[in-house]
Write a protein that binds this ligand. Sequence first.
Ligand SMILES: [Zn+2]
Length: 439
Amino acid sequence: MVTMDAAGTVIENGAVAISDAAIVAVGTAAGVASKFHAARTIDATGQIILPGLINTHTHAPMVLYRGLADDLALMDWLTKYIFPAEKATVSPDFVRVGTKLAALEMIESGTTTFADMYYFEDDIAQVTKEAGLRAVLGQSVIKFPVADAATPEAALTRADAFLAKWKDDPLVTPAVAPHAPYTLEPATLQAARALANKYQKPLLIHLAETKDEIKIINDGHHTTPARFLDALGVWDGRSLAAHAVWLDDADIEVLAKKQVGLAHNPESNMKLASGVARVPDWIARGVRAGLGTDGAASNNDLDMFEAMRAAALLHKVSSGNPQAMPARQALELATRRGAEALGMGDRIGSLELGKQADVITVDVSGARQTPMFDPMSHLVYVSRGDDVRNTIVAGRVLMSGMAVTSLKKDEVLKDARAMAVRVREAVGLTPAGKGGSRE
Ligand SMILES: [Zn+2]
């Protein structure tokens, strides 16, 4: 059992006892068995028990655009493919079908908490709740007309209602998600902050993702995106910023001081050739760092094991230092550090007494995992999402022995395939779309 507590405790033949939603004991199997009589026992022989993985940045319904447009730079990819596809296809039905597919994939690959930024977030919340996952869900605000809001003002009104509805939910933390500093006016960014603070909930935003964004903000405001938002007061409250690829030293200092959580998305950053985020510097300077997959349109999956491996390898090759991000640190980003980045470090991110029972087990009994000298090394350099055997969130077993119990897998896949036909047709009809000719 890899507890991911602050000391990095690993327990040989470990066990965790769960009562209702919480962890009531962590120790050796013999020790836990001597103190508790369980109504249900899950045998994890040949498996590693660890805290559920935390994906600090994604756009769940975008799994329906998986592989729709690859091998492009962010601005081209967004403006020529993703924004037109979204304009033609996003609806409450679309986000429900997409979120079910995403939830199925996350449960199967050991993610127990995710942070989301998208449209019709109330529908996403309902599906997330049904699926049994924990999430921070951000209702998007963006300056041009989108499927669920004709104006940023309408988006803020929708976000207000969403926050009011979900503010006391034990699994879903509602949030407001202004898209990015370059896709919103300063007044709207400030209104989004005020709205998040009205409910004491997080603000989620994309930040300093590309060099283009740095230029846009510098041309318009003569500063960097991080300091531009700081001057507007956007960091004055619980915040999580995704990407933060292009930060200077002063930016990192501001973000550390304001305790802004940063979501590192190595696969998306590599695939869109956005750049290499200075994650080892973030950590050295006390920034709250987590790990994310980004949406499946730019990844192209939600497997957090891949994200850990990509992070561990990317920072080695980009720095020329094989110690730039050790396995344990990559694992921390996906667990305890990710929880801290989301402001949930007191409740999730490790297997410790009193924390929420978000637990997964990962098979290490096959040829690929044999032999095993160090379980943390295996989890980062060997394991894959499909090695996950059991997924538990708040004490509820969502997957038992690879069988997902909270969703009907066949139905979810059938609905997703049907929706993909609509995506293909819709993109084929847009002027810039190439979807129809990509047979
Ligand atoms: Zn994103």
